[in-house]
Design a protein around this ligand. Structure first.
Ligand code: SAM
Ligand code: SF4
Length: 316
């Protein structure tokens, strides 16, 4: 289905939980969150029903996210239901990777095509500080497990944080020279959870090109501009929500774990699907698609997102 601005909407980001075993400094408060009770969450069956309705309107790709999707019990059964849904061509997941070594094979067998794994630093102590609860070696185990299970092409999501991980840009990008994966640098977004960061943290993606003059332009892929090293087997992707809006190419709808469709990541507008079935559910999805704004407001370290929720609730 097309939205009001003739953009085909074929991609659903599905947040399966707001909970997480990490507390990344730019996403969640140190003490965690207490907002959603288990009874507030959609059941996995309800999520599968929303996906089926969305597929009937032209959604072709689903990305499972969170919170940390792998802390939601029964996730492989949801993956299986989505991958068997008529019209769905790709099921992907964004994860912090910490629990992936235990689930990679099962998820692949259930129909998961590929994963994006978040990895902002290669230094164990810094990783523990940035995630507050994480252990870097768990994520490396998850990356190995993803390759072994064939959850590829694999992408690593790196949020650029000036003064925190910018000196690691060469080391992180180097992974794409040596391994068949995409290292995606993402500009920090001024979400609720990122309010502790000052101007210096908000690095534009062109910093990556300044630091790595050897990178050659490749192609554009979705929201990422791709580059590669002349002798690299993988790619470097730049995702610039602040310095280059990509609203004109937006193809997404988002569903929060408590059952609210978000027409735009950076808007407070939400449309509830709780308790809706059949034609009512389809109508809610159509409303969300037609309510997608042409573009969102300015974002900068002084102009916060109007999302009204933290990233762990929306799913990024
Ligand atoms: N827990 C999973 C993970 O970390 O991959 C999935 C959910 S997380 C909210 C999805 C993505 O959003 C991650 O790649 C994370 O780094 C990114 N993210 C979270 N807060 C962000 C922010 N303020 N700016 C930019 N990216 C952010
Ligand atoms: Fe958890 Fe992902 Fe948010 Fe980090 S970015 S706190 S891993 S949801």
């Amino acid at each position: 289905m097309e939205d009001t601005y003739a953009r085909p909407i074929d991609y659903l980001r599905l947040s399966v939980t707001d909970r997480c075993n990490y507390r990344c400094q730019y996403c969640m408060p140190a003490e965690g969150i207490t907002k959603l009770a288990h009874s507030d969450l959609l059941t996995l069956e309800e999520m599968a029903e929303v996906v089926a309705a969305a597929a009937s309107l032209g959604i072709r790709k689903v990305r499972i996210t969170g919170g940390e999707p792998l802390v939601r019990l029964g996730l492989p059964s949801l993956v299986a239901a989505i991958s068997h849904t008529k019209g769905i061509e790709e099921v992907a997941m964004t994860t912090n990777g910490s629990l992936l070594s235990a689930f990679a094979e099962e998820l692949k067998a259930a129909g998961l095509d590929r994963v994006n794994i978040s990895l902002d630093t290669l230094q164990p102590e810094k990783f523990a500080r940035m995630t507050r609860l994480g252990t870097l070696s768990d994520v490396f185990d998850g990356i190995r497990a993803a390759f072994a299970a064939g959850l590829t092409p694999l992408k690593l999501n790196v949020v650029l944080l000036g003064g925190v991980n910018d000196e690691e840009i060469p080391a992180l990008a180097e992974l794409s020279r040596r391994y068949p994966l995409e290292v995606r640098f993402i500009e920090l977004m001024p979400m609720l959870g990122a309010s502790g960061f000052g101007r210096e943290a908000y690095l534009p993606c062109r910093t990556v090109l300044d630091r790595l003059p050897a990178l050659l332009p490749d192609k554009e892929s979705g929201v990422a501009q791709l580059y590669r090293f002349p002798d690299g087997v993988g790619r470097v992707g730049l995702i610039s929500p602040l310095s280059h809006h990509f609203c004109s190419r937006c193809n997404k709808l988002r569903l929060t774990a408590d059952g609210h469709l978000k027409p735009c990541l950076h808007s407070q507008e939400e449309i509830s699907v709780r308790g809706l079935h059949g034609d009512d559910l389809i109508a809610a999805l159509q409303t969300a698609i037609t309510h997608k704004p042409r573009e969102h407001g300015a974002l900068s370290w002084t102009e916060p997102s109007e999302a009204g929720r933290r990233m762990n609730e929306i799913g990024g």
